[in-house]
Ligand binder design. Structure first.
Ligand code: RTP
Ligand code: MG
Length: 162
């Protein structure tokens, strides 16, 4: 019969400033690896206002944009390039709902339930689509082989959906 062959995929994760400040980075990375993700690349950096605005450009017109960029520039973040079959969907599931209170109610084992603070400060970020994953991976890890390899893995999927 037909057999499902998982395709290895990459997604871009960030550990946000609230979780970095309260010392949760190692616990979060342990849970990421225990869930079967491989950390392909890792970078520790504080975003400038311009960088945060560029990263979250899709939210420019939203009422929470100012609070989001203030939060995301309030301290260093840890960017992670994660690899796993179905990485994009599975990383979103491991993070849980956007709002920490909702995550605690609906997905108590999720990372946002365990490490998040509130509706804005929610411990982690994850790409929400193939196109976002390609853009966000290039934002953090451009100029090296990782970018080329990530784009090469994502490109065929994008052309298929066009
Ligand atoms: P992310 O992009 O960070 O992975 O989060 P997400 O997809 O679950 O949620 P999204 O709608 O893309 O929102 C991006 C981030 O903006 C902050 N936010 N604050 N106070 C609010 O109402 C509000 N809504 C969103 C959160 O930090 C959210 O993760
Ligand atoms: Mg999002």
């Amino acid at each position: 019969g037909a057999q499902y062959t998982p395709s290895v995929e990459r997604t871009l994760a960030m550990i946000k400033p609230d979780a970095v400040k309260n010392g949760s980075v190692d616990s979060i990375v342990e849970k990421i690896e225990a869930a079967g993700f491989v950390v392909v690349a890792r970078k520790n950096q504080q975003l400038s206002a311009a960088q945060a605005a560029e990263f979250y450009a899709e939210h420019e017109a939203k009422p929470f944009f100012g609070g989001l960029t203030t939060f995301m520039t309030s301290g260093p973040v840890v960017a992670l390039l994660l690899e796993k079959p179905d990485a994009i969907k599975d990383w979103r599931a491991l993070m849980g709902p956007t709002n920490t209170e909702k995550a605690r109610a609906e997905a108590p084992e999720s990372l946002r339930a365990l490490f998040g603070t509130d509706g804005t400060m929610n411990a982690t970020h994850g790409s929400d689509s193939f196109i976002s994953a390609a853009r966000e991976a290039a934002f953090w890890f451009s100029g090296d082989l990782i970018k080329e390899r990530t784009l090469a893995m994502i490109k065929p999927i994008i052309s298929e959906t066009k």
